[in-house]
Design a protein around this ligand. Structure first.
Ligand SMILES: NC(=O)c1ccc[n+]([C@@H]2O[C@H](COP(=O)([O-])OP(=O)(O)OC[C@H]3O[C@@H](n4cnc5c(N)ncnc54)[C@H](O)[C@@H]3O)[C@@H](O)[C@H]2O)c1
Length: 405
């Protein structure tokens, strides 16, 4: 029986904990530390997590550590701001950690994290599912077969609905570090991994151009006078986007988050309030040590049919296009007119099937002590956070940034 600890037991950590029996293993959550105990209990229930009858709940990390409970692994799913501090405190336990991304939200934090774990015996698996998703695994096989030759240019993109980010805690830039850290970190990770580019410098831009307005930060749609006219509001989502069965259903969704059994969990807030400091468009260009370029663009404007996530890797013998949302890979030869299409089944789990591999790897680490392929240090799990931090700094300082710790 694997004994699991959870620090920051929200949606993501409870989801991962609930997956721990997917491969037939027995586990129980034996310790939880969360600043909101009732919220943590509700999430554990919602995600049908196996919780020990004697599970201990702690209100602070020092009591969690000093309790000295015999745990096989600890999942860290706090707000992003606390990832580094919590991980560094838990390092002394030498228990395998599962750390949510981004692993840090400032250059000071990432330096602290690196110096804490660089020579530590504690394995830290970073939650980076994209490079483990079946589509990326197939792309890696194609690249490793030599079909593309050397890769000189990579373009990646994510165009997706911003509603979740602009209406929940993700809108708080202090808690997330902004959208390079929150979203691009995944794509930069798999694009660097597949292309083999070692990042040297980056330039970037970011701006909030569409989620603009003058509403109060804690306004919610149910009490907003513009709920019938606002393009971020419930009527637009019901009447124009066709996403709900009625205005009332759309209004309920836009004003709160509910568990599947209908229990109210927390409020959703106005997507266009003036104080929101995260961006809805962002781009970066990374220069590799080998001279190759990697460009990534993201926006939280395009939705429905306009959503897309993927990229194109251009090599000397051919180009490989990746489309995560449709599970498609296309190879275009630069030698002849050959085009090869691959359809890749992601399977059933979240993050295009990548969470299945993440869970399998963490189970393996807990049972053997061997580090996983997305380990913070040996698996370069730290790298995409570093690149995204430098991209954010570049955008805010309007200057190129060297990528180094
Ligand atoms: N890997 C992925 O693809 C992926 C997907 C979604 C979210 N995430 C990451 O997971 C993390 C959590 O996101 P979520 O959607 O589960 O949010 P959430 O709000 O559902 O959960 C966060 C939990 O952490 C608790 N918490 C916050 N600060 C804490 C602290 N200092 N100590 C203890 N508990 C604390 C909160 O009370 C809450 O229960 C974020 O860092 C996010 O970036 C990763």
């Amino acid at each position: 029986m694997l004994k699991i600890g959870v620090v920051g037991c929200g949606l993501q950590a409870a989801t991962i904990a609930g997956y721990l029996d997917l491969f037939g293993d027995k586990y129980e959550v034996a310790a939880v530390m969360d600043i909101n105990e009732s919220g943590a209990r509700a999430r554990l229930l919602e995600k049908k997590v196996n919780v020990s009858d004697n599970c201990c709940f702690f209100a602070d990390i020092d009591s969690f550590i000093s309790a000295g409970l015999p745990l096989d692994g600890i999942i860290i799913g706090t707000y992003c701001t606390s990832h580094t501090e919590i991980a560094c405190k838990l390092e002394q336990l030498h228990i395998p950690l599962y750390l949510e991304k981004p692993v840090a939200v400032s250059l000071e934090q990432i330096q602290a994290l690196d110096s804490c774990f660089r020579n530590s015996p504690t394995p830290v698996q970073v939650s980076l599912p994209m490079r483990l998703a079946p589509l990326a695994v197939r792309a890696k096989q194609i690249i490793d077969s030599g079909k593309l030759g050397r890769i000189f240019q990579v373009t990646g993109f994510e165009d997706t609905d911003g509603n979740i980010y602009f209406t929940t805690w993700f809108r708080d830039a202090e808690k997330t570090g902004g959208m390079f850290m929150q979203k691009a970190v995944h794509d930069i990770d798999y694009l660097l991994y597949l292309s083999g580019i070692e990042p040297e410098s980056v330039c970037a831009m970011r701006a909030k151009v569409w989620h603009t307005g003058d509403k109060d930060y804690d306004l919610s749609c149910d009490v907003c006078p513009d709920k019938h006219t606002c393009i971020h509001g419930p009527e637009f989502y019901f009447d124009r986007k066709g996403l709900f069965n009625s205005f009332a259903e759309a209004e309920k969704f836009h004003s709160g988050i509910y568990a599947p059994d209908g229990t109210f969990l927390r409020k959703r807030f106005c997507a266009i309030s003036r104080e929101i400091a995260i961006e809805d468009i962002g781009e970066c260009i990374i220069k590799g040590k080998n001279g190759a370029h990697l460009v990534h663009t993201q926006n939280f404007i395009a939705s429905r049919a306009a959503s897309r996530r993927g990229g194109r890797l251009v090599g000397e013998f051919g180009s490989l296009e990746m489309d995560f949302n449709h599970g498609k890979l296309t190879f275009y030869s630069s030698i002849n007119t050959e085009v090869e299409n691959y359809t890749v089944d992601p399977g059933k789990l979240s993050h295009y099937g990548g969470d299945r591999a993440l869970v399998k790897n963490f189970l393996h680490t807990m049972k053997t002590g061997e580090r996983s392929s997305t380990d913070l240090i040996t698996g370069q799990g730290i790298l995409s956070t570093l690149v995204c931090l430098c991209a954010r700094e570049s955008a805010d300082r309007e200057t190129f940034m060297k990528i180094s710790l």
